[in-house]
Design a protein around this ligand. Sequence first.
Ligand SMILES: Cc1cc2nc3c(=O)[nH]c(=O)nc-3n(C[C@H](O)[C@H](O)[C@H](O)COP(=O)(O)OP(=O)(O)OC[C@H]3O[C@@H](n4cnc5c(N)ncnc54)[C@H](O)[C@@H]3O)c2cc1C
Ligand SMILES: *[C@@H]1O[C@H](CO)[C@@H](O)[C@H](O)[C@H]1NC(C)=O
Ligand SMILES: *[C@@H]1O[C@H](CO)[C@@H](O)[C@H](O)[C@H]1NC(C)=O
Ligand SMILES: *[C@@H]1O[C@H](CO)[C@@H](O)[C@H](O)[C@H]1NC(C)=O
Ligand SMILES: *[C@@H]1O[C@H](CO)[C@@H](O)[C@H](O)[C@H]1NC(C)=O
Ligand SMILES: *[C@@H]1O[C@H](CO)[C@@H](O)[C@H](O)[C@H]1NC(C)=O
Length: 499
Amino acid sequence: MLHTSSHGQQLLILLGFLAAGLCQDQKADSIRACLDQGGVQATISTDATWAKDTAAFQFRIAPEPVAVALPQDKSQVATALSCARNASVKVSAVGRAHSFQGYGYGNPGNLVIDMQAFTGLSFDNATNQLTFGGGANVGPAAKYLWDNHRRHFPHVRGSHVGLAGSTMGGGFGTTSRFLGIPTDNLASVEFMLHNGSIVTGGPGSDLHWAAQGAGPSFGIVLSATLNTHAIPIDGAVSYSLTLGDVDVDIASAALLKIQQWVTSGQAPDELSLRFQLGTFASAGFFYGVESDFDRAFAPLVESVRSVAPAVNLTKTVLPSFWDAEVAAVGPGMNDAAGGQLGGRAFFVQSWTVTNDHALSQKQAKALLQSYHSLNRTDLIGSGFLDLWGGISRDIADADTAFAHGKNLWLIRVDGQLVSGIWPSDGNTHMQALMKPFESALKKSAPLRSFVNYVNSELSVKEWSSRLYGSKNFAKLRKMKAAFDPEGMFSGYGLAIPAK
Ligand SMILES: Cc1cc2nc3c(=O)[nH]c(=O)nc-3n(C[C@H](O)[C@H](O)[C@H](O)COP(=O)(O)OP(=O)(O)OC[C@H]3O[C@@H](n4cnc5c(N)ncnc54)[C@H](O)[C@@H]3O)c2cc1C
Ligand SMILES: *[C@@H]1O[C@H](CO)[C@@H](O)[C@H](O)[C@H]1NC(C)=O
Ligand SMILES: *[C@@H]1O[C@H](CO)[C@@H](O)[C@H](O)[C@H]1NC(C)=O
Ligand SMILES: *[C@@H]1O[C@H](CO)[C@@H](O)[C@H](O)[C@H]1NC(C)=O
Ligand SMILES: *[C@@H]1O[C@H](CO)[C@@H](O)[C@H](O)[C@H]1NC(C)=O
Ligand SMILES: *[C@@H]1O[C@H](CO)[C@@H](O)[C@H](O)[C@H]1NC(C)=O
């Protein structure tokens, strides 16, 4: 019976596929017709520019939106939302397409609203705040602010990266220990909601709080405003601290010495430190004068030397703050467009650790061991710990949707494709690789993570508890029901489910 009907079944499945394909094509055509009617430029998969219009940094995930709209102004964004509603498709915004999880293009079948026309920048001398368009990116905004006003806002280490996306998802950068992460510096957000209404969420508002970690679930960011800062001195010290040829035991002991230096209050906030999991070398910037750097580092070097005798501190004094910006982020900082998109195929995982549950020797060793057990020819590792700490000591988890109070370390591990296509077991392999570390970490406190570097394969239960915590998540769900009742902005992996 089963056997005789199998041809029929295959035919039905085939017809189903064809119908789905046809349906998708019809949907694309009808959405484009709607956008055309409303004067909104758009492309669909049969257009010659489709590959360029759906280019993304993450090569592991192929974007499959139904169409990409390129609105030129706010009213065209509203038209695009209306077309999406009428066609019953979900919407996601793409800023600069750097999402490590492909969230800009979102789930297959989305209408993607590409914000590349929204790149305006303005500075308010009265408040010292910078307002940027929802498609602006890091390099040009930071350069504009420095060149014209000699001010700075903390930002990610990628000049081409979108400002709206990176700010809503954390954005940890080299000045974040003393100035906060971009999320902390978000002063207000101008959202277009599902029905075309424009609402500005300022301090104390639900939308502002939600944007600080979960913004893409709530609407299209037309513009946003950041607090900016004067810099202690117009210069910096760039340094590196190498351990010599050491094993995992010595390297994890040295890492604990660095941590002790921080938790005992000896590390100045005006300092960045990134410990590489591969080489065990640390490097960073000190945004102050050289003599203060020397004074702060002397006890650290002594303490690390007690476990790693070949420790070697080298430093370079950078003549200007902008030199430090270019050294930290790259030459794209001087490019009018912020450089190029670039990209690679990789799988990211991240964890954060708080002051209250600093890494134990066992956990540090498990981290280095897990990472160094990667032994494949098709995947290579890349990973680091960014020292957080600093002013996060005064931040509580409830302050913003993204729970990051008292964070001490931001830990990131990538598995990167060497060449060819992403292996089907790549994600599971990398997760299994880091399991011993996760298990060790879980023993002292619930796992925490970082929005921009979240593991895309976690369940809702897992990512909600790691990124938001149960209280913030419950609050977000209520807000989602109020601000996006139909779930128009739910077409991506971190969409907040409505309550
Ligand atoms: C080279 C490089 C370096 C990086 N360095 C760091 C770093 O140092 N620190 C750090 O924290 N992160 C870093 N990141 C991660 C980066 O901050 C995030 O991937 C960020 O979300 C990218 O924003 P985007 O606009 O470029 O990406 P997109 O993929 O376009 O968007 C990312 C998310 O934001 C949403 N979004 C974007 N614009 C809007 C808008 N206008 N309205 C509503 N939603 C919007 C998208 O829908 C999506 O969910 C880096 C990424 C790269 C590629
Ligand atoms: C969507 O449908 C409504 C109701 O039919 C209509 O008024 C509106 O103009 C449509 N939107 C667009 C952009 O065509
Ligand atoms: C703002 O300050 C800059 C210098 O910091 C100055 O060039 C500019 O004219 C000021 N703009 C206004 C509107 O005051
Ligand atoms: C320390 O590092 C610097 C820069 O890499 C190198 O030139 C120097 O030889 C090193 N010193 C020691 C003692 O290893
Ligand atoms: C890595 O894998 C190769 C091939 O499977 C094996 O011969 C080698 O011993 C492994 N190395 C380590 C450090 O596990
Ligand atoms: C638009 O949507 C928001 C959020 O759901 C709602 O509060 C508001 O009343 C709506 N505006 C209009 C004009 O329907």
